[in-house]
Design a protein around this ligand. Structure first.
Ligand code: GDP
Length: 469
């Protein structure tokens, strides 16, 4: 793929707005020529005569060849560049007008405007990055929490690609044995050979299953867990919300039913990312219209949530409303993790064993946290979240962790093909049948890492990037 010829493109690779500097990146066969036309080194030499991978100081010319700024230019000769093509990076002062003028100059001097994610896409097409690594670049740029940074940095360092490569390499020996058996049917593979093929396929299946199982935590970090904090008015939802966000973002008040709208916040909590919605108090009897909308929305939020924090006031007996919330949770229980927060423990626990048992019946054993949102940091709750999403079991920086639905789909395809292949071996099916299924699994593994992937999928992935990446 390295010999593909692309247009030469340019874009601003630093964020919009004012900054100390901005970087305009130009990539493609003509990148050096474009840079030569718009950059005049202080030394008087042509930029392309100043060597590559060296910062060269000079004057930047605008679209009409008038000096517009001074700055640095660095040339990278492909394939030793980010995109694998010839690349010129020009740094100018980071004002919006200066940046725009330098970009327009690049366009006037022979470059086309780069599309979203075009530099990373070229890096992928030129074999500089695997697809999971390219996806990690996007995530790395977007990373706003420590866990997200660890996950994307691990992906970019090739943790997932390497693991997939290892699984494929393991399968390759089986493929060789299978092809030999097909090509020379007169030479019987023998029981030993068949056992070996079965074992390798089973091992690959286990490896694929193990990698797939990392999706739960990968996704919980990368996309975040849709979380709802619910409970009747005054149990301490807002206090809990504030404790988790670390800000006074929800209004805490003594008057029942005042948190009417749904507040949202994304927080790093318990080793994963929670997308928090704090709902209005859930009430069976609604009086005002505003309150009613809030409650209906709260019900919908509960239906769509992946993590439900059901808050109860531990210093009082369960009320009718608490009972209704428990009924609602019971009836909407799907895949969502329900954690029961028995709050206000500083006032002493008034809930009876029977009442606590009722709560446990809905959220499951070991998922009840007795705490005080008013006087604690929430460590027990964080630990419960960590356990529920298995966040402590993997090292996001070092282990292969998948986080993208596309990666999961491709791996699931590999898993089902491998399952069928193992079944075929166990049933003593003809060798070519086993071989077809193993080939299908290999192709799905390749697809996971983008070694053979549909153009439409590639387009879809890079569309999510912004211009300049
Ligand atoms: P919400 O209506 O469920 O959002 O409840 P709030 O967070 O507004 O809390 C209602 C009242 O309970 C406020 O006066 C809080 O200060 C108080 N509160 C919340 N959590 C605790 C707690 O753990 N202990 C005590 N003693 N009071 C609390």
């Amino acid at each position: 793929m390295t010999d593909m010829h692309f247009r030469t493109v340019a874009a601003v690779s630093t964020p919009r707005g004012k900054g100390g500097i901005a970087v305009i990146r130009i990539s493609g066969d003509d990148a050096f020529r474009v840079a030569d036309r718009m950059f005049s080194p202080a030394s008087g030499k042509a930029l392309s005569d100043c060597g590559t991978r060296r910062a060269v100081f000079g004057t930047i010319l605008d679209a009409r060849d008038e000096p517009v700024d001074t700055g640095l230019a660095v040339l990278f000769r492909g394939p030793a560049s980010f995109t694998g093509e010839d690349v010129a990076e020009i740094s100018c002062h980071g004002g919006p007008a200066a940046t725009e003028a330098v970009l327009l100059s690049a366009l006037a001097h022979g470059a086309d405007a780069a599309g979203p994610g075009e530099f990373t896409r070229r890096a992928f097409l030129n074999g500089k990055l695997s697809l999971t690594e390219a996806e990690a670049v996007g995530r790395l740029i977007d990373a706003d929490t420590e866990e997200r940074l660890a996950l994307s940095a691990g992906g970019l360092r090739g943790n997932v690609s390497r693991r997939i490569g290892e699984i494929s390499a393991g399968m390759l020996t089986t493929m060789t044995a299978l092809y030999a058996a097909i090509d020379y049917p007169e030479e019987d593979v023998g029981d030993e050979g068949e056992r070996e093929i079965g074992n390798t396929l089973r091992r690959s299946l286990e490896e694929v299953r193990a990698l797939l199982s990392t999706y739960r935590v990968g996704r919980a970090v990368a996309d975040g867990v849709k979380t709802v904090v619910c409970g009747r008015p005054n149990v301490g939802k807002s206090s809990l919300f504030n404790l988790m966000t670390g800000e006074e973002s929800a209004i805490v008040t003594d008057i029942a039913g005042t948190t009417r709208d749904i507040l949202r916040e994304t927080v790093s909590f318990g080793g994963v990312t929670l997308r928090l919605a704090d709902t209005a108090g859930l009430r069976g009897d609604t009086d005002g219209r505003v309150e009613e909308i809030g409650v209906n929305r709260a019900r919908r939020e509960i239906g769509e949530a992946e993590l439900i924090l059901a808050v109860f006031d531990g210093s009082e007996h369960l009320t009718k409303e608490d009972g209704e919330l428990l009924d609602l949770l019971e009836s909407t229980k799907g895949d969502a993790v329900i954690l029961a927060v028995v709050n206000k423990s500083d006032r002493g626990i008034a809930l009876t064993g029977e009442e606590l048992g009722r709560i446990d019946g809905v959220c499951g054993s070991g998922r009840r946290i007795v705490m005080s949102a008013a006087s604690e940091k929430g460590d027990a709750l964080a630990q419960a979240v960590r356990t529920a999403f298995r966040a402590g079991e993997l090292d996001l920086r070092r282990d292969a962790v998948i986080w993208d639905v596309r990666q999961r789909q491709a791996l699931e395809h590999a898993r089902s093909a491998l399952e069928a292949a193992v079944e075929a071996v166990e049933a003593g099916d003809p060798v070519d049948c086993v071989c077809t299924l193993a080939e299908e699994a290999m192709a799905a593994l390749d697809e996971t890492d983008g070694r053979s992937v549909d153009q439409g999928i590639v387009d879809e992935i890079f569309k999510r990037f912004c211009v300049g990446k």
